[in-house]
Design a protein around this ligand. Structure first.
Ligand code: V07
Length: 254
């Protein structure tokens, strides 16, 4: 076979001979990055140091994802429920997008990563919103991994917004309720430009969705690990991908 016919995925997986299935890399991985507070507590450190350590994990996971040929990586950075946390913690968390981007944006540019977000930006502090907008704009032309941060995101809120839109269209007389289809819902979600996740990873041992991508995860494979997010490594990601591939191969066998 000639070289130019190898896809990016096939080529990059040559350096991962332990990956059983070289062309069944999940196109979209979504991650609930849980366990930062617990990581800190177990070391007698403040929760903030767990969050800071969790940012280093993002860098490692982004690079590994790009290497193996993942197209989309969605990270649950801040949920609509997280506002209930103590004010000081929320204030700290709202500084993390700036800190992360200040440190990592040059590397993201170099790696051809495109930054995107889902969630309601309207209630974020202006400094947070500005930092994120800048990163989105400055990476808009990149053609590699799409790094999608869910920031002030809630799955139910996202669905309510779609229902409101459709209701409005019905009221305006441009739409009949019976004509509403799945595509009309998915085409109005914040993820309308990206495919549904193939694989969901949640760290830190909790087995629930916590309002994350409720519609989009309907057919995804789920991978739960007890590893806390700050301890999660590129090789944990590879384990999750391998398990995903094993499950996919079993389906193929039936
Ligand atoms: C946050 C650090 C990672 C562990 C999980 C929770 C805490 C990166 C971002 C971020 C968000 C948007 C963006 C660039 C970076 C972030 C929050 C919390 C609120 F465009 N990490 N991180 N945002 N944590």
């Amino acid at each position: 076979m000639m070289d130019q016919f190898f896809s990016r995925k096939e080529k990059s997986s040559e350096s991962y001979p332990h990956l059983p299935d070289q062309d069944n890399i999940p196109s979209h991985i979504a991650i609930i990055m849980d366990g930062n507070g617990r990581w800190a507590k177990s070391r007698g450190l403040p929760r903030s140091s767990g969050h800071r350590e969790g940012m280093k994990t993002i860098t490692e996971v982004v690079e590994k994802s790009g290497e193996i040929g993942v197209d989309y990586l969605t990270l649950y950075a801040f949920s609509t429920e997280n506002w209930k946390r103590p004010k000081t913690e929320v204030e700290f968390l709202m500084k993390l997008p700036e800190r992360f981007l200040h440190k990592e944006l040059p590397r993201l540019q170099k790696n051809n990563v495109q930054v995107k977000t889902i969630g309601d930006p309207s209630v974020l502090p202006a400094h947070t919103r500005r930092a994120v907008e800048k990163a989105v704009e400055e990476t808009a032309g990149n053609t590699g991994l799409i790094l999608n941060f869910a920031l002030n995101y809630g799955g139910r809120q996202e669905l309510v917004e779609v229902v409101r839109q459709l209701g409005q269209e019905v009221q305006n007389g441009v739409l009949e309720p019976d004509d509403i289809t799945e595509d009309m819902l998915s085409g109005r979600l914040l993820t309308r430009d990206i495919p549904d996740p193939d694989l969901l990873i949640r760290t830190s041992g909790e087995i629930r969705l916590s309002n994350f991508m409720l519609w989009q995860l309907a057919y995804s494979e789920f991978w739960f690990t007890d590893v806390l997010w700050p301890d999660f490594t590129g090789s944990d990601l590879m384990e999750a991908v391998q398990r995903y591939q094993q499950r996919k191969r079993r389906y193929g066998g039936v």
